[in-house]
Design a binder for this molecule. Sequence first.
Ligand code: PMV
Length: 337
Amino acid sequence: MITASAPGKILLFGEHAVVYDKLGIAAAIDKRIGVSAYKGGTAVELQQPFHFPTLRKTQDEIEELHAQFRLLFEQKQFDKIKELGFHNAIYVMLGEIFSKHGYSNIIARAHLSHTLKGIGASASLFSALSAATLKVLGVEATLKEISDFSYIGDVVAHGGTPSGIDNSIATFGGFLSFRKSEGPKPLKLDLNAKIIVVDTGEKSSTAELVSNVRNLREKEPERVNKIMDEIDSISNEALVKIKNRDIVALGNLMDRNHTLLKSLGCGLSTERIEKIVSIAKENGAYGAKLSGAGGGGICIALTDNPKKILDSLKNAGFYCFETNLGAHGVSIDETGF
Ligand code: PMV
């Protein structure tokens, strides 16, 4: 039995804009998803608790699904790719691995750290599952290969056009700046402040939101491109402020980034997101914003007084926690779970 794990992540700056080759900044957090896998059974079985009942597909079914995906991808039929959904995203990724390294029946089980539930850690799951699967197949994969396979999972999970920031941070860990055309670049981040992660409690679909933004950009290219350019400048400024450890300025940039995302509409912000941002700001956060696709999911707040903000958010009924940033990337965990 092989066990692998990958960290959850937050996007500090640049979500959605990264899809259009703008700069994004991401950090791995100290909550992980683990996957145990071994050769066996009569198909590829993904057992509970994978967030859903046990899934099972035979070699023929996986190969057929993978071929269907490849065709849709070549034809850039992103809406059809989106319809494949999350379960198929997992099997498409496995199909990609098997097509390169040979097929094997496998039984896999995911171990979701409770605190990651509901905060959209699909890339972490893909990264841990692809690392475990490759190891089971006897392949000594590089991090780049694991990241590339996880990217295929995200192509389906994000409805065709992921930026690549999610699979990169889940696989490489630490801190990254990321531009699609340049790939991930490790970043030094040593803030004398804390990040609070807040679960909105609202389920959101990254594929839906990314496709809403894509459609809006087709309808209003000038307005949307201007917003994306502004977000790019904010991420670039943030790199300087991170270097200077200027938390006040970083907080302001987070606020500005949030306002720009909200101004896109498309359901990116919600009442609960706005409530979280207000509570965090009223209680002294330097900055607060949605993190990830929005529409629910998680928010983050930057502070040097986490207790006050955590208490207020908890009183308002939100699940939230202080997190350490910069966790290590995907790993094979010999000790198991
Ligand atoms: O919803 P999440 O946390 O997986 O983040 C998605 C990030 C986006 O920028 C919206 C999409 C992408 O591919 O970068």
